[in-house]
Design a protein around this ligand. Structure first.
Ligand SMILES: Cc1cc2nc3c(=O)[nH]c(=O)nc-3n(C[C@H](O)[C@H](O)[C@H](O)COP(=O)(O)OP(=O)(O)OC[C@H]3O[C@@H](n4cnc5c(N)ncnc54)[C@H](O)[C@@H]3O)c2cc1C
Length: 497
């Protein structure tokens, strides 16, 4: 009897110890984020914001292959002045980026591409089929009168279809607002499809924008002209793009659009700076291997890092990262947008006009393969003879063409952006969780619509998903860092492209 209890007691103690140790909090994890654009920066911010105490996160590393943070939020310097080169405008209902701006005490200004006094022209390759008036008169009453005339002009051409378009966009926006509901009532989504279905937006990704708009009662004239101009400007694509991205693009043509004074990239910089992140600039991640209890990341600098959680905050479509074991995601093509900045003066003769003042401030174009650009916008009027322009096109614009479109060109800067997904209905979505462990993909949501705000919305959900999965499915081992220790990251700089 005595001998038996002497065997049982250690066993019971052992069981007690095991049950106590399984109740103790799991060891904290290192989170590695690839990409320092708005998605990566927002993920770091929301992970810190939502993390419980004691924190399940040991540290956050962000890897950025470029020398600066911000990704597709970048500025360009032309003639000594700075302009947005990528993401430029923010919708008034983009609440996450609006909150970031306030939190970081950044200033707002009207977006580059959005000045209510600007005139719009719809160019069909031979003539302007629509042309609105410019309201930059010195007489204040004229400035009130001209928008009214423009509205009447547009109503005369497109009729009630304009109101139906507004209501189509409003419905989409109302559904999108559900993503700002309290996290008490808002689920955490592990699939893009579920996130879109919950807000009522999924069906819009199943049909083309054109099909959706015909269904909403819009005239084909409005779809082939104004709507086409907008989708070509905002996504470089036609109305054959999927309906949700198309609706987001239409929302981006409304009033009240704004940008961060000095550059939208400052949102990423500020969020990273305030989220206790170890930032690795000029360090491209080349391979990711899952080694049982952690991921090993290898970079172009020859460094290796161990992370229990890793998140991609960049589209994977044009990247050459080696995955072991391999991951799979539906094929997605990116739409390249060639952005050309010119300081000089347009040639009115190219448009069959006599003076440059007759050329609208924003020239949008119709879907015709013979038209070599999607749009030309005046960014700044320096004098009557000199302005800064931004052009978007689907192919690079060579000097011979630019010399026809412009009478003078003092400076030209060209940027080739792998800009956003090429949208096609029905959309197929990559998973938010790329494997069975802790590898996450924020930009899976970009197949719904690409914008600074959609990046932030996806990152917010991702932060909650990571934290909730860490609390239920943690890795057993502590993080170990091979090549560098966590430290300060005061010294990253921003430079213009
Ligand atoms: C010309 C243009 C105009 C646009 N206009 C608007 C607009 O007006 N309003 C709007 O809201 N949105 C606009 N967008 C879309 C918007 O820019 C994007 O949706 C958003 O910025 C995407 O942010 P992100 O952080 O997801 O990706 P990104 O900004 O692309 O960031 C990804 C980062 O990851 C880095 N990276 C990639 N691979 C690696 C690697 N292997 N290792 C390390 N780092 C890596 C990249 O260098 C990059 O910095 C526009 C985009 C373009 C191109």
């Amino acid at each position: 009897m005595v001998a038996r209890s002497s065997v049982l007691l250690p066993c019971l103690l052992c069981l007690l110890f095991l049950s106590l140790s399984s109740a103790s909090p799991p060891p904290p994890s290192t989170v590695c984020i690839v990409g320092s654009g708005i998605s990566g920066a927002s993920l770091a911010h929301f992970l810190r914001k939502y993390t419980p105490s004691p924190s399940p996160i040991a540290g956050i590393r962000i890897f950025e292959r470029n020398a600066v943070v911000g990704g597709r939020m970048a500025t360009v310097n032309i003639g000594g002045e700075t302009f947005e080169a990528g993401a430029s405008i923010i919708h008034p209902k983009n609440y996450h980026v609006s909150n970031f701006t306030s939190l970081l005490k950044l200033k707002r200004r009207l977006g580059d591409d959005n000045d209510d006094s600007d005139s719009l022209g719809v160019w069909d390759g031979k003539r302007f089929v629509v042309k609105t008036l410019r309201s930059d008169s010195k007489l204040p009453f004229m400035n009130k009168f001209v928008p009214l005339i423009n509205s009447v002009k547009l109503f005369w051409r497109y009729g009630f279809s304009l109101l139906r378009m507004q209501s189509f966009v409003q419905t989409m926006l109302n559904n999108f607002l559900k993503y700002y509901e309290s996290s008490d009532s808002r689920p955490v989504f592990s699939r893009v499809e579920d996130m879109l279905k919950w807000s009522g937006l999924y069906n819009l990704t199943c049909r083309t924008l054109e099909e959706e708009l015909i269904g909403a009662g819009l005239s084909s004239l409005l779809i082939q002209e104004l709507v086409t101009v907008i989708t070509r400007i905002n996504y470089g694509q036609s109305v054959q793009m999927s309906g949700l991205a198309g609706a987001v693009s239409l929302a981006g043509s409304g009033g009240g659009l704004w940008a961060v004074e000095g550059g939208n990239w400052q949102m990423a910089a500020g969020l990273i700076n305030s989220s206790d992140v170890e930032l690795h600039l000029n360090e491209e991640i080349q391979s990711v291997s899952h080694l049982g209890t952690y991921y090993e990341l290898n970079s172009t600098k020859g460094n290796s890092y161990e992370c229990q959680v890793m998140a991609f905050a960049t589209p994977l479509d044009e990247l050459n990262i080696r995955f072991d074991p391999p991951i799979s995601a539906p094929e997605r093509k990116l739409q390249h947008t060639y952005t050309t900045f010119i300081r000089g003066l347009l040639n009115p003769a190219y448009f069959g006009l006599r003076t440059v003042t007759e050329v609208p401030d924003l020239v949008g174009t119709l879907e015709d393969p013979n038209i070599p650009f999607s749009c030309i916008a005046v960014l700044k009027k320096h004098s009557r003879e000199e302005m800064t322009y931004k052009m978007f096109s689907r192919k690079p614009l060579d000097d011979a063409l630019l010399d026809q479109v412009f009478s003078t060109r003092k400076q030209t800067i060209r940027i080739d952006w792998a800009a956003y997904p090429h949208y096609k209905a029905p959309e197929a979505f990559a998973p938010f969780i790329l494997d069975d462990w802790h590898m996450y993909y924020i930009n899976a949501f970009e197949s719904a619509a690409s914008a600074m705000e959609t990046g932030a919305v996806s990152a917010e959900n991702m932060a909650r998903l990571i934290l909730s999965r860490l609390s239920t499915e943690p890795y057993p081992s502590f993080s170990t860092v091979k090549n560098s220790a966590f430290g300060s990251n005061e010294d990253y700089l921003h430079t213009d492209l």
